[in-house]
Design a binder for this molecule. Structure first.
Ligand code: CA
Ligand code: CA
Length: 204
């Protein structure tokens, strides 16, 4: 198992620099939001929601001015069946719960959250979105394209022998991001160790 995953507490920082073509107070128009830079790509999940992530991002407007004190929230969703990620919060709708910040400093917003989820199909199709919303009524939003892995490899929201079978099939074949549970670029014994650590886990 890699040291990176061994902490079970993964730190990711994204810098979400957005440019609004109009003033911040302009009417909400998602097409006017431009994603400039993104450093966060990978989130580990388990149906039990026992893999905690710390995440921070900052918001600026079109003129580089910080957007301070905004209401913000994040959520994850898939937008086409079969869902590449199955969320305990909404297994048939492909939608996670909302997560709200644990704190902020200026225009930097901090989150601590855990995704209770499994994966279902090859998710290299990028069929997962992380939605960042802000504004007094969350009227502005932007979308990121994360990778999500889970030891629940067949998306039935329990980690058991069925997932070993999926893992074994992938292990014998070509590299598949789905089974690269620590996102280190290879599927090997370290990933099996992660799977073993989560056996028996199911939704809260
Ligand atoms: Ca499973
Ligand atoms: Ca790996």
């Amino acid at each position: 198992m890699s040291a990176r995953y061994g902490t079970t507490k993964l730190f990711f920082t994204i810098i979400l620099a957005v440019a609004l073509l109009g003033a911040v107070s302009a009417s909400a128009d998602i097409s006017n939001v431009i994603l400039v830079e993104q450093h966060m790509r990978f989130f580990a999940a388990c149906p039990a929601g026992d893999i905690v992530h710390n995440l921070s991002f900052y918001l600026v407007d079109d003129y580089g001015s910080p957007i301070v004190g905004a209401n913000t929230r994040i959520s994850f969703y898939t937008n086409a069946e079969p869902y590449s990620v199955v969320f305990c919060d909404d297994p048939t709708g492909g939608q996670s719960d909302y997560f709200y910040p644990v704190g902020s400093e200026g225009n930097t917003y901090h989150y601590t959250f855990a995704l209770a989820a499994g994966v279902e199909v090859d998710h290299t199709s990028h069929n997962v979105r992380m939605r960042v919303e802000w504004g007094s009524n969350y009227e502005f939003s932007d979308l990121l394209l994360p990778f999500i892995s889970s030891p629940d490899l067949n998306g039935d929201l329990v980690v058991n022998l069925g997932d070993y079978g999926v893992f074994a099939t992938i292990f014998r074949g070509d590299y598949d991001l789905r089974a690269d549970l620590d996102n280190n670029g290879e599927v090997n014994l370290g990933d099996i160790a992660i799977l073993v650590n989560h056996v028996g886990h199911t939704c809260p």
